[in-house]
Write a protein that binds this ligand. Structure first.
Ligand SMILES: [Ca+2]
Ligand SMILES: [Ca+2]
Ligand SMILES: [Ca+2]
Length: 327
């Protein structure tokens, strides 16, 4: 039987995928969502727990202490996460352990529920629980960025989970461009209900044409082997999204020399009206340009937002909005 890996990306999504192949097949998976913390409206316990948590920090410390107050009459366990190594670069494996967790009053732990609640890319995040020891899980970090993992024990619904935030750095010596686009339509009161305006991020390669493969990287053409053979210098849409609940992300390690252009297209409006698009461009892991709240008035409008010159890494806003893609 082929081992199954559990992929949980975003707070509300859970899905199973086949073992991506590189992993140890013994790390088979449970594919359940963990219980979410809903105690007394104070999910803030999650934030407390992870606030200062470097990869090796005892993220569960605060969660346990606050548990009694947060959960009312529920007697909470004390979940704790330790993760190694302390410095994580893209491509590294991270081992996580909940073995230091305890049940109520220091008692035994009967069950562990792990969840990956945020990641810089989706799908394709390898996050799995050791089938022979549910207190252990493992993350393979394919792209730089922030990964957030939570642990609940003993099915303690209503108790704060332990939380660890792992800030993954680019591989040493790797240069990069990272583009993230998020949006919200002004007439959409709930961005998390799955019904939303759909905007698309476009990343135009030198000599490419908008909205056409192979030179425009977007949802329908997510990557291209450019430059040297192999993926080490290829752009990739690492996260596509059809709703405002999650951003779209393009990551480009070691870009070949040239001029790259970033654009945003208002793909579909199911009736919410004008949308505000926000763009964040990072060069070598540092914010180079942040453009919040560009108004796109209706479906079919295109915003040519910025250019990136390489290898200099200069990022300049363009700010041209047109009806349809420029030709
Ligand atoms: Ca909505
Ligand atoms: Ca989209
Ligand atoms: Ca290549």
């Amino acid at each position: 039987m082929k081992a199954m890996w559990c992929v949980v990306v975003g707070v509300a999504l859970g899905a199973c995928t086949s073992d991506p192949g590189e992993g140890d097949p013994s790390w088979a998976l449970e594919c359940e969502e963990s219980a979410r913390c809903e105690a007394g409206g104070d999910a803030g316990g999650q934030g407390d727990a992870g606030e200062d948590a470097g990869p090796s920090a005892d993220a569960g410390e605060d969660a346990g202490e606050d548990a009694g107050e947060d959960a009312g009459d529920t007697v909470c366990s004390s979940p704790r996460i330790t993760s190694t190594p302390s410095e994580v670069f893209s491509g590294d494996l991270v081992d996580l352990s909940g073995a230091d967790s305890t049940g109520p009053d220091g008692g035994e732990v009967g069950s562990y529920e792990w969840s990956l609640v945020a990641a810089p890319m989706s799908p394709g995040v390898d996050f799995g629980v050791d089938p022979s020891d549910a207190s252990r899980s493992r993350l393979r970090t394919e792209a730089p960025g922030l990964y957030v993992i939570e642990l609940q024990v003993n099915g303690d619904i209503g108790c704060p989970p332990a939380r660890v935030e792992i800030d993954v750095m680019p591989e040493p010596g790797e240069r990069s461009v990272r583009v993230q686009m998020s949006w919200v339509a002004q007439g959409d009161p709930d961005t998390t209900d799955g019904t939303s305006a759909d905007l698309d991020l476009h990343y135009l390669l030198p000599m490419g044409a908008w909205d056409e493969a192979p030179g425009d990287i977007y949802w329908d053409n997510p990557t291209l082997d450019i430059g040297e053979p192999g993926a080490a210098d290829d752009p990739e849409m690492t996260q596509d999204s059809a709703t405002s609940a999650a951003p779209e992300i393009v990551y480009h390690p070691n870009p070949p020399v040239g001029l790259y252009v970033v654009g945003v297209y208002y793909y579909e409006d199911p009736g919410f009206g004008q949308a505000e698009a926000s763009l964040l461009i990072e060069v070598d892991g540092v914010t180079a340009l942040s453009l919040p709240g560009e108004l796109l008035f209706e479906q079919g409008v295109f915003w040519e937002a910025a250019t990136i010159t390489w290898p200099g890494g200069q990022v300049r806003p363009v700010g041209s909005v047109t009806a349809g893609f420029p030709r």
